[in-house]
Design a protein around this ligand. Structure first.
Ligand code: 2M8
Length: 448
């Protein structure tokens, strides 16, 4: 497709953008948490809440702590932090799949409130640390004290229950756990999940009532999503038997990079509250080492997910591969390779970007500019990659990415995602993490 002129002009009125972002977060606030979107995602989502807390710390710090506290109130006895916490006040059918499909109450160790049984990338310790840095003080320190044991339990759940291959990395057991649900990264393992699109006739999808069906996963994708949920749920969401036949087992570079970044953040939180940072530093080092050993592909010079069932790296070259840059201890060899990958025609990161960072290799034949996670640009991913570029000494590229992201919102508003050529707003309008991370980007003016 021909590239339309990108919106790179940037905001004329930064204060106006800040007001828009703050108003979006206010409008999505729901008694003790922020919904990602009033229409598409009306409950609480795990990694959304982490990103949102980072933004709230700029405008309403007390809400940043409430946001994380309400999510962790739904933590399971085994330490898992569920990817959705359902709001009991909403009508049945407000989101699909709803509590009646997850049936969390039947599982051992689930909380009083209904939740899903899956997890999402553990970006919460990083969020807590950044929220504290943005709004330091006694209330923040007290919140860190309260959160620390829960954040440690979240990491322990992953390390003890989800290292299915025994190689020090965490397995996601459903594409929804990756956060990049419909990424081409999952096409191969998803194709091996037995399911038929016709099963969807028994359900009413909620997403396609609020977003263009051509932008969303297909019915066959959803049939597979439900089959994987059913397999996990029917084992009571217990992880013991995962290796014996669970239909989807993948080590994801982003999930594991977040897992490592969480230990780095916990080391800093521990130091702030008078706990011992050293065990966190040791674990962080081991995670980075395992990531490099197991997921780095020296031929392509990027990180690839590993299909644990098939015993091989997956081939699709998506933006997931760039995200280990967030690890400060990523060796220079891999960091340099990722910068080459980021600057390539596949992703186009530059000091002056002519198009936004896409979620998938824009030169790949299966790149889809409109379908979610298969091409469009997302602020949370750009935000992570920008942090990584800063951590590894590339301030000019980081500044280019920052300008590009601010330009997206200036041109189209706080959309869920953006067209990777034109920058047009796609998905849900008034989206939580877009607003939150915009606030963070606006405040983080790089030094000249
Ligand atoms: C999307 O995922 C949900 C399922 O969890 C969905 O498609 O219904 C993803 O973009 C995910 O990363 C995000 O957390 C969630 C809510 O914003 O929406």
């Amino acid at each position: 497709m021909t590239a339309a002129p990108a919106r790179t002009g940037g905001p004329a009125d930064l204060a106006g953008l800040r007001r828009l972002a703050a108003a979006t977060l206010d409008a999505n606030w729901e008694h003790d948490h922020t919904v990602p979107s009033r229409t598409l995602y009306p409950h609480q989502w795990s990694w959304d809440s982490a990103f949102i807390a980072i933004g709230l710390a700029h405008v309403r710090p007390e809400r940043a702590w409430q946001e994380l506290a309400s999510l962790f109130r739904a933590q399971w006895a085994d330490g898992r932090v569920p990817h959705i916490v359902f709001n009991p006040a909403l009508r049945v059918g407000a989101y699909f799949p709803g509590p009646e499909l997850w049936r969390s109450a039947d599982a051992q160790g689930s909380p009083a409130v209904h939740t899903s049984g899956l997890v999402q990338p553990p970006v919460h310790a990083l969020a807590a640390l950044l929220a504290y840095r943005r709004a330091p003080g006694q209330a923040g320190l007290a919140a860190l004290h309260r959160l620390y044991p829960a954040l440690v339990a979240q990491q322990r759940y992953l390390a003890d229950h989800r290292d299915v291959a025994g190689d020090g990395l965490i397995c996601v057991v459903h594409p929804w756990e990756s956060g990049l649900d419909n990424s081409p990264a999952w096409d191969e393992p998803m194709a091996a999940v037995p399911a038929e699109a016709a099963v969807m006739r028994a359900y009413r999808r909620h997403d396609t009532a609020h977003a263009d069906a051509a932008h969303r996963p297909t019915d066959l994708d959803y049939a597979r999503y439900l089959a994987i949920v059913a397999a996990y749920r029917d084992h009571g969401y217990a992880d013991r038997a995962l290796a014996d036949g669970h239909p989807f087992l993948v080590e994801c570079p982003l999930f594991n990079a977040a897992f490592g970044a969480a230990e780095h953040a916990l080391a800093e939180i521990a130091a702030l509250i008078g706990a011992d940072p050293e065990p966190h530093r040791v674990r962080a080092g081991r995670i980075t080492e395992a990531l490099v050993r197991r997921l780095y592909d020296p031929v392509n010079g990027t990180f690839q997910p590993r299909d644990v069932r098939a015993g091989r790296l997956l081939g699709a070259r998506t933006v997931l591969g760039l995200t280990p840059l967030i690890l400060p201890d990523l060796p220079a060899r891999q960091a340099d390779a990722l910068v080459v990958e980021a600057r390539s025609a596949r992703f186009g990161v530059a000091a002056r970007m002519d198009r936004p960072l896409p979620s998938h290799d824009r030169t790949a034949p299966d790149f889809e500019p409109l379908r979610y996670w298969r091409g469009p640009s997302w602020l949370n991913i750009g935000w992570l990659v920008r942090r990584g570029l800063l951590a590894h000494g590339h301030p000019a590229l980081a500044a280019g990415l920052r300008r590009s992201m601010i330009g997206l919102v200036a041109g189209a508003g706080c959309h869920e995602y953006f067209h990777p050529d034109t920058g047009a707003g796609l998905g849900s309008p008034a989206f939580g993490w877009t607003a939150a991370l915009l606030l963070d980007l606006l405040a983080d003016e790089p030094q000249p």
